[in-house]
Design a binder for this molecule. Sequence first.
Ligand code: ADP
Length: 482
Amino acid sequence: MAETINVLFLASEAEPFVKVGGLADVAGSLPAALRNLSPKMTGGTLLDVRLVIPLHRVIQSESSTLLPVIEFPVYRRGGNLIAQVFERSLDGAPVYFVTGLPFLTATSVYSSDSRQDLEKFTFFSLAALELTRRMGWRPDIVHANDWHTALSLYALRSRRGDAFFAHSAGLITLHNLPFMGGEAGETLASYGLTPVNDETLPRWARTQPLPMGLWAADAIVPVSETYAREILTPEFGCGLQDFLRARADSITGILNGLDVRAWDPQNDKHLAAIFNADDLGGRLENKLALQKKMGLPADARVPLLAVVGRVDEQKGLDLILHALPRLADRPWQFVLLGTGDPKLEAAIRSLQARYPERVQAVLRYDSALSHLIYGGADMLLMPSRYEPCGLAQMIAMRYGCIPVVRATGGLKDTVQEGKTGFVFTRPDVDSLLEAIQRALSVYASAEKWRRFQRNAMKQDFSWTRSARQYALLYRSLVPETG
Ligand code: ADP
């Protein structure tokens, strides 16, 4: 009989329940991809992967489909807090939703008040771990994602003497190193957690959730091979590069996959017309529908450039804002869908005011519109300063929207210059400009452009390969039985 590995998969957000960024895509699709791996692909192992996420307020509003499972106390100085857990199934697997006092007072998934987030996610990490004991379901692997759930690994390590968790290993996927959770000394103390007592971690990091989780993890998984190397350098290591270098043996880069069912140009209800690599006709209809929707002149020939993503300095939007006016003597249009930094949002608005016939931005979250952009725009600009993996460029390629990206992290690992996209190295306006110009020149030849589109659309970004890498890593962390 095949051996089963139990995996407790923890994340702060997951599709289709709640999404802020790429983490939700991953948490919403990797658990199912892991469960669906055949034992042949995993060397005879079955994976029982169970996703646990917080019951954020946006989910609470549609909670009629959730079944109450269990309630139990979580230690907190001055009075235990009650964790309430609900369940529903997704693709045949159970998903658990945890709530309690810290979530009842929070209005958004992430807050600008770091103390509120520390309180929420510390509570969540501890409650999710305790849930397994209450259910009598022993996790062989606790799989955390980013700072929000990192403390589950720290708590796990502190509980090695506890027979229930004695053989549980901890793995953390690192989607974004700079977000560490902040100084958490007080919150940790109120939940009975002590700071890391080990000099391999810089002093400032010993009371921050992400470094504590990295320290406690048996395996660290950055979301691309290039990012796995980059975080060992001072430029990308955020002060943890020496610690991470010392842990290099435990670090394995694994690229995120895409939910290829949710992102499929042949079956996408948000598109004006479906299409595929051999018949790109529908793309034109989508482009015209997109131009119309955005209030831009409908013109099939003008190259339509796009951005979908968080409006953040990380994404290099300032480079785009400086580059586009320098291309004013050539025809192009630009659409942007995203929210974030108010200063950058204001700069986008003023570019739109300067070029109302060319630039239109929608500064909100809009999943349906994002599909139409991928399916209708000609190019996706992603000049990120750093990009651990990046999903938008993979989605774009799957939809024949050619990415123009900076060679960093997962962008470097997924986009091939001259074949599936355009890649530049230095994070400056001139380099971006050159790459856009290269793209525009190729765009001028319909035949050459179609070749790029076909190459891009034929890339395999499904989870299969990466899920298998995770499965093998899980296996290497679980002690041999029998
Ligand atoms: P990050 O995780 O850094 O935000 P990724 O490229 O990995 O960036 O993933 C972003 C995901 O969120 C993609 O699926 C993208 O389509 C989606 N997205 C980002 N902003 C928006 C928005 N304003 N509306 C709809 N989808 C968005």
